[in-house]
Design a protein around this ligand. Structure first.
Ligand SMILES: [Zn+2]
Length: 487
């Protein structure tokens, strides 16, 4: 849940800069396919292996080019080539010329056009040495030396098919009737490759927006939560997707798969409940007037959400502080890992968040004290400021969730080990971080506090609020428009 927090800590000027583009984009009606750059699996070795079968090679438009069987290998190519000057309209036409030479390959150059490269060579000089040879083989066509560049990718298939992609703006995609596998994760949809520079090679997953959201939503909110809360989260994720379509356009894809955009791990994270939430809200988007809402969210509010200008700089009409009526408070205690000689909170906002705090005689306004102290939220008070040993448990519990709310105190200043009794009834030693300077801060809430509280949304859902009511509550004055039919 911390992910949502990090993900949405973005400067609000984006709201302004994107709004012009966004209204143009959204009017282009149905957004269907997305290109997701799997940056979390970036290959610095310049080599990628994809497992699967019966791959069809397609142009960006979806038109079939040819078929390859077996696994696919992509390798960056930093070599020199001799190029046949003629441009070919199809892979087959290029292939006919390829077959004249001993060491030539078809090359996709974009716009559904192909060329033929001969080589590879390690230098310009080495390439020139073969000029006579290639002229003898094919005297009807001109040949020229091609320098190395930072976009060529060599593709090989398990059945011996080999070609090069050397296109600046246009890509080839691999489709299959089966899911494909990449570094132990399975993905739906199609894939392509793109280079960053040098040896960096990134796999692009071309996927239908519904299938994309089915993977994203359960990464943001536990799939076992209430259906209407999951539906609110699905709409929030869809809004984010529409608003950030151009975030990585210069790199050759729409969004990345990390917290920088939205965490996306393919088929593995999908769950029946969240998939239903995506399909039951299909096409739904949240608007404020004519503009898409920037759907900031966070884990829990501690009773009230926050005005946007109290956290960031810009005042946004629909990001107002609202009450979180049913959220269950959960108190956290933290011993900040900082050298602190004096600390005093000077002012609070109406929501209960800290507006001003002095630490070591320096003033921190808005949430800056929270960030400095490394706190879970901006709703806190100083509990004590004297000598005690405190341990904050690190790591994951058995159900793969962080140990969030276990705090242990010791007065003898000799806390060396921490043991817990697991749900499997085994006692195990776990990692912890401890502090001894005795400053204990007590707080409620988790995250930046702007927009939707996920925990609060789940509590509203338990009380029969619909996802539309939940979204309109947290994003003041906004309404859901789209395809989903009211029940
Ligand atoms: Zn990104």
């Amino acid at each position: 849940m911390l992910r949502g927090d990090i993900m949405r800590i973005r400067t609000l000027f984006l709201v302004l800069s994107l709004s012009v583009f966004t209204s143009l984009f959204v009017s282009a009606e149905n957004l269907t396919n997305l290109n997701i750059g799997l940056e979390s699996k970036l290959s610095n070795e310049g080599f990628i292996e994809i497992s699967g079968k019966e791959f069809k090679v397609e142009y960006e438009s979806g038109e079939r080019v040819f078929k390859v069987e077996g696994d696919i290998y992509a390798v960056v190519s930093n070599k020199y080539y001799l190029m046949v000057s003629k441009v070919f309209d199809s892979y087959e036409d290029a292939k006919e010329v390829v077959d004249l030479y001993k060491n030539a390959k078809p090359v996709y150059i974009g716009n559904e056009e192909w060329k033929v490269y001969i080589g590879e060579y390690s230098s310009d000089k080495e390439a020139r040495e073969d000029f006579d040879l290639v002229y003898e083989i094919n005297p009807d066509m001109d040949h020229e030396v091609l320098r190395n560049n930072y976009r060529r990718i060599s593709i090989m298939s398990g059945d011996g098919e080999e070609f090069i992609i050397d296109s600046r703006d246009d890509n080839l995609f691999f489709d299959s009737n089966y899911k494909f596998e990449f570094l132990e994760d399975k993905y739906r949809g199609k894939f392509g490759f793109v280079r960053k520079n040098d040896n960096d090679l990134i796999l692009i997953n071309r996927i239908d927006i519904n299938n994309y959201l089915k993977s994203v939503v359960p990464s943001e909110m536990p799939a076992l939560w209430e259906k209407e809360a999951l539906k609110a989260q699905a709409v929030a994720a869809r809004n984010y997707t529409y608003l950030n379509m151009s975030k990585h356009i210069e790199e050759g894809y729409n969004l990345c798969d990390t917290v920088h955009c939205q965490v996306y791990k393919g088929v593995m994270t999908e769950h029946k409940n969240s998939s239903e939430a995506v399909m039951e809200t299909e096409g739904d988007l949240l608007y404020y007037g004519d503009n898409l809402v920037e759907t900031y969210f966070f884990a829990r509010s501690g009773g009230a959400t926050e005005d946007s200008e109290n956290v960031w700089s810009k005042e946004v009409d629909y990001l107002r502080s609202v009450e979180d009526e049913f959220e269950q408070d959960e108190i956290w205690l933290i011993n900040p890992d900082k050298e602190i000689s004096s600390i005093e909170i000077k002012d609070y906002y109406n929501s209960g968040s800290v507006a001003s705090i002095y630490i070591n005689k320096k003033e921190y306004k808005k949430a800056n004290g929270r960030y400095f102290l490394g706190l879970r939220s901006n709703k806190y008070r100083i509990k004590s400021f004297e000598g005690k040993v405190y341990a904050n448990i690190l790591g994951m519990s058995n159900n793969n969730r962080p140990y969030e709310d276990i705090n242990i105190f010791s007065n003898d200043k000799k806390l060396k080990k921490v043991y817990i009794l697991g749900v499997d009834e085994n006692i195990k030693e776990i990692d912890y971080e401890s502090g001894t300077d005795g400053l204990i801060i007590e707080g409620i809430g988790y995250g930046h506090g702007v927009g939707m509280s996920q925990m609060g949304a789940n509590e509203y859902a338990k009380r029969n609020y619909t996802y539309k009511q939940i979204l309109s509550h947290y994003y003041t004055g906004s309404i859901v428009k789209g395809e989903a039919i009211d029940e």
